[in-house]
Design a protein around this ligand. Structure first.
Ligand code: SF4
Ligand code: SF4
Length: 490
């Protein structure tokens, strides 16, 4: 007994030291120089040190709640991401809320209880955009803007469903004059992202967005060559707008990210590397690199898709640019790496959701399949129905499976009846993405899910164990441990 307790204490201390070490070493490696562009130089203070220590403790406590094999796996993943300190908060990447924050606590609580909840929900707030990109994922849609009240009601439903990160996108969300109000309407237990071209974003507006609580501005960029960038956008002056927006966000204290689609020619020509260098020079905090998906403007264009070798290259650059021996530069967030079967796989309608600007609820922003409209039916009901088709994360991108069956030039998103006919639920013999192996179990057919026992569903809607402010939490997935307490991170 004594030895058992001793081993546990040693393990706890060991994990604490390791996690604190991660937090401290990354912060000292990124140093004041990296933070200084955006976050002020107060990181040398005792408070900064204390925050890092708390971050280490939280990471250790979170890891301890996971099965040991999974804990080891996640530890390896943490090492593969370049962490940054921004305004006194730890940023692993923009797919996670900053730490410390109530959004981070909620994220951990959902994750540890293995809830099927949209951890991140992206919401289009307008179809309007000054640009005309041929690859636009929002092509073939077009609505009149809905009122501020209707949009705020939609945001409220999304948050109540459990979203800890809401990304406002479009179209160009900055075209909505009520954007700051909308961001402010999101409680501080939910991080907010803005996906933008940077259109006319000046310091004054960036400060308003920052005051409203904006967590991250993701500014898209097509090329380091201003003329080429503007030509792809079909909008003269767009590149200058990107630079102005990044500078404005830094002055306003908003964490910044670049987003660039990794088309094959950008890989072959070294454009991605040049954009990374530009991001470094401009002090951008992160670079998101989504791979092309045959949707919107490139629906049916199989020629735009990457081959295995190119996808492998994208997985490699994630590790290459996040290498801890490499000083400076933004965190690399390559979607080919993060959504690979070796990591999180496809979280569409499991841990991710998209709502278009007319309220149609889709599995992800690149999956133009509606399962209902949240202005017509409660979102919680739509989400629960989607669970029949998306009961767990999948291996492989759903759009790779069904993209070819979406008619070219169809009005998007497809109607719920069409959407249901395209998607089939993963079968029990399909493997889980690696990050979920050991955490989720695949139920045998007809299995019921009584509560409160090892290996079964837990923390259903309305349970005392869940956060009090998320009344519509949907059913959770069977888990492999009996860990069912809430996680008090502070
Ligand atoms: S800037 Fe974005 S929203 Fe606008 S057309 Fe281009 S891809 Fe579409
Ligand atoms: S379908 Fe899945 S893998 Fe494909 S883009 Fe959407 S979330 Fe990512």
């Amino acid at each position: 007994m004594f030895i058992g307790r001793g081993a546990v204490i040693v393990a706890v201390l060991g994990l604490f030291v390791i996690a604190s070490g991660i937090a401290l070493s990354y912060s000292s490696r990124s140093g004041a120089g990296e933070d200084s562009c955006q976050s002020g130089r107060g990181e040398q203070s005792i408070m900064g040190f204390w925050n890092r220590l708390k971050a280490g403790a939280s990471i250790a406590r979170m890891l301890l709640r996971l099965p040991p094999a999974h804990c080891w796996f996640m530890f390896g993943q943490l090492r593969d991401s370049k962490k940054k300190w921004h305004n006194g908060r730890l940023r692993i990447n923009s797919f996670l809320p900053p730490y410390p924050s109530r959004a981070f606590n909620r994220w951990c609580d959902h994750a540890l209880h293995r809830r099927r909840v949209p951890l991140s929900a992206y919401m289009a707030v307008t179809s309007r955009c000054p640009c005309r990109c041929s690859h636009c994922s929002y092509a073939h849609r077009g609505y009149d803007d809905v009122s501020s009240e209707r949009l705020a009601a939609a945001v409220r439903q999304v948050r109540e469903l459990g979203a800890c990160m809401i990304g406002f996108t479009g179209g160009e969300p900055l075209l909505r004059p009520d954007l700051a109000k909308l961001i402010a309407s999101v409680s501080d237990d939910t991080a907010t992202l803005l996906f933008t071209t940077g259109h006319r974003l000046d310091v004054e507006r960036a400060k308003k967005l920052a005051d409203a609580g904006l967590t991250t501005a993701v500014v898209s960029i097509e090329s380091t060559d201003p003329d080429e960038h503007d030509a792809i956008r079909g909008h003269r002056g767009s590149f200058a707008g990107v630079q102005r927006a990044i500078e404005a966000c830094h002055q306003a204290g908003v964490f910044t990210s670049f987003s660039t689609i990794a088309f094959a020619d950008r890989i072959e020509s070294g454009q991605l590397d040049r954009i990374y260098e530009l991001a470094t020079a401009w002090g951008v905090g992160e670079m998101r690199v989504p791979n092309p998906v045959a949707t919107g403007g490139i629906a049916g264009c199989s020629g735009s898709m990457l081959d295995q070798q190119q996808m492998e290259y994208l997985r490699r650059i994630h590790k290459k640019y996040n290498d801890r021996k490499r000083d400076g530069g933004p965190t690399m967030a390559s979607i080919a790496y993060m959504e690979s079967d070796d990591l999180f796989g496809c979280g569409a309608a499991y841990h991710h959701m998209f709502v278009d600007d007319s309220g149609e609820v889709c599995p992800c922003d690149l999956t133009p399949l509606s399962f209902g409209n949240l202005h017509e039916r409660p979102l919680a009901e739509i989400w629960e129905e989607m669970g029949e088709y998306f009961p767990r994360p999948r291996c492989g991108c759903l759009m790779n499976e069904i993209g070819k069956r979406i008619p070219c030039n169809a009005q998007l998103p497809l109607l719920p009846s069409q959407s249901r006919s395209l998607v089939s639920a993963p079968t029990d013999d399909m493997p889980l993405p690696r990050a979920y192996q050991g955490l989720l179990t695949i139920p045998s057919k007809g299995t019921t899910c009584p509560q409160g026992k090892e290996g079964v569903c837990q923390t259903p809607a309305g349970s005392d164990e869940g956060p009090k402010d998320t009344p519509h939490l949907p059913a959770t997935y069977p888990v492999t441990t009996s860990d069912s307490e809430s996680l008090p991170l502070h």
